[in-house]
Ligand binder design. Structure first.
Ligand code: BG6
Length: 513
């Protein structure tokens, strides 16, 4: 036992990480910086090597020097110390080599396999342990998997692993998910598939499990008898940036709700897993998502809101309306905001409303979970009535201020009887060593792939349940859009930089958010 707490040991096996789409935004902004941090924290075994798979021709030297510049820039923006760690940077970049070519042609795989054999000879690379990271559009998932399969790269030899990491969106509705899932299972076993939901890699999201199941204090109260309502928000100031093409295909329900929001909800509400391992956690998650009441078309009014931002001012900057973003059709019905009241039909949660809210171009960046406890049943502090006493709140702040807040009623100092709300607050910043930051979600998730620990990745049945829940909503919206009858499911407007659509705020006045 460590002095204060217990830490599990981490010893990833050496492997080869092949990143398809290595020149893309995700790889450059998230994956390589995360790998660099793992390297600096000495969590990458020396034999681990990285293959940057690109469609465009580029020498490894040119790729490394461009990546190095990008890493230095992102570190100096985030205040890190990599800028001065030149040796560390050079060692990291030396792990990387480019494989360029057309991913749909066999020549690409044949020449990559030759290079991998050379890695094994020249630098003891452990090429039988392979992670294939698909940082490409989901249209490419099947063809890439098929090619890897044809070239024997999906095979797992004894004591080795070969796995595939897929980014969301995993399908666009239940039907397309089923199709994609079936095709991937032709080439990979379920145990080889790692579907990323980067929210699960956030320390503060994982802390939900510790908070609930490493303490005795909260769990006895964690049910319909003591909890009045729960709110989960993921609000952003960003718009759709340079992702208009993606956004026009997806929209917020698919981008945030079907995955990140439901994952947070399931961690807040699921039963305690019998074991802390991938299937233990994922069995409970899927059970929970399956118990969320499926909204019938007639229940959408007043329970599901969709919105789209107009022009406005976000934190001092004037921004345009979604429909005026370059590339967006002037009559686009794509939602940039969704808010929903959900119910969970099981003994623990019957009757408790769950308010989920996510949107782009809102006034503040904030992701948090708010648990509002019931009011006291009776007040002995006459003339104060029970409803005059603010209910206790437990606020789990996911970002940007990571921590936990418990608000309680206390006596205000002085001779008079005055009661007021005080907060007991814990900030992660208080327990981080000077200059350190919480690791990025991708650091944790990439490390888990190397450890072959799938606990924080989404299993196929869980995604299926999430689509089964959200697809009827999408269908009702699509039907309204094609009939041009928005009376039941209007697309509400909100000014960029505001708190969201007025109608939603009014209807969900009881939300703890
Ligand atoms: C991504 C979505 O999954 O999550 C983005 O595609 C969104 O639209 C992002 O901006 C939010 O992530 P975070 O970690 O900044 O809350």
């Amino acid at each position: 036992m460590a002095e204060n707490g217990f830490c599990m040991e981490i010893r990833p096996k050496p492997c080869v990480l092949l990143i398809f789409g290595a020149a893309g935004d995700l790889a450059q902004r998230k994956l390589f910086p995360a790998l660099f941090h793992l390297h600096r924290r000495k969590l990458l075994p020396p034999e681990t090597r990285i293959g940057a798979c690109l469609r465009e021709e580029m020498t490894s030297k040119a790729f490394r020097s461009r990546l190095g510049r990008g890493l230095i820039q992102s570190e100096s923006v985030s205040g890190g110390s990599a800028v001065s760690d030149e040796a560390g940077m050079a060692d990291f970049l030396a792990r990387i080599e480019c494989f360029c070519g057309d991913f749909s042609r066999s020549e690409f795989y044949l020449s990559m396999k030759k290079r991998l054999e050379a890695w094994k000879r020249d630098s003891n690379a452990v090429i039988q342990n392979r992670i294939h990271y698909f940082a490409v559009s989901s249209d490419m998932y099947s063809i890439l998997s098929e090619k890897l399969y044809e070239h024997g790269m999906t095979v797992e030899e004894a004591d080795s692993f070969s796995c595939a990491v897929f980014e969301k969106p995993f399908g666009l509705d239940l039907e397309s998910f089923e199709k994609l899932d079936r095709s991937l299972h032709l080439y990979w076993k379920e145990s080889q598939i790692y579907r990323i939901d980067h929210y699960l890699g956030k320390d503060t999201v994982q802390n939900l499990l510790m908070f609930r199941f490493a303490n005795t204090l909260f769990e006895p109260l964690w049910n319909r008898n003591w909890i009045e309502s729960v709110g989960i928000r993921a609000e952003e100031t960003l718009g759709v940036e340079n992702r208009v093409k993606y956004w026009e295909k997806t929209g917020l329900l698919r981008d945030m709700f079907q995955n990140h929001m439901l994952q947070m909800l399931s961690l807040v509400c699921m039963e305690c897993p019998s074991v802390f391992n991938a299937d233990g956690i994922r069995d409970e998650e899927v059970k929970l998502i399956r118990s969320i009441r499926k909204p019938a078309a007639e229940d959408l009014t007043g329970n599901f809101f969709r919105g789209q931002y107009l022009a406005g001012n976000v934190q001092g900057r004037n921004v345009c309306a979604y429909r005026s973003e370059p590339g967006v059709p002037s009559d686009s019905m794509r939602e940039t905001f969704v808010s929903a009241r959900l119910f969970i039909d099981n003994w623990r949660w019957a009757g408790v409303p769950f308010y989920l809210r996510a949107g782009k171009r809102l006034g503040e960046k904030k992701t948090e979970i708010v648990i509002r406890m019931k009011s006291v049943p009776h007040s002995i502090f006459f003339p104060v009535q029970p409803e005059d006493l603010a209910p206790n709140l437990i606020v789990l702040s996911i970002q940007p201020e990571e921590g936990v807040r418990l608000s309680i009623q206390t006596k205000k100092p002085g001779p008079r009887l005055c009661i007021g709300t005080q907060d007991l607050v814990f900030h992660y910043a208080q327990i981080l060593p000077d200059g350190e930051r919480l690791p990025d979600a991708y650091e944790r998730l990439l490390l888990d792939c190397m450890l072959q620990d799938a606990a924080l990745f989404i299993r196929s049945d869980c995604i299926r349940e999430a689509w089964a829940l959200m697809t009827p909503v999408l269908e009702a919206w699509n039907a309204a859009d094609s009939r041009k009858d928005f009376s039941a499911v209007p697309l509400l407007s909100y000014a960029a930089g505001s708190a969201g659509p007025r109608e939603e705020l009014q209807c969900f006045r009881d939300s703890p958010l």
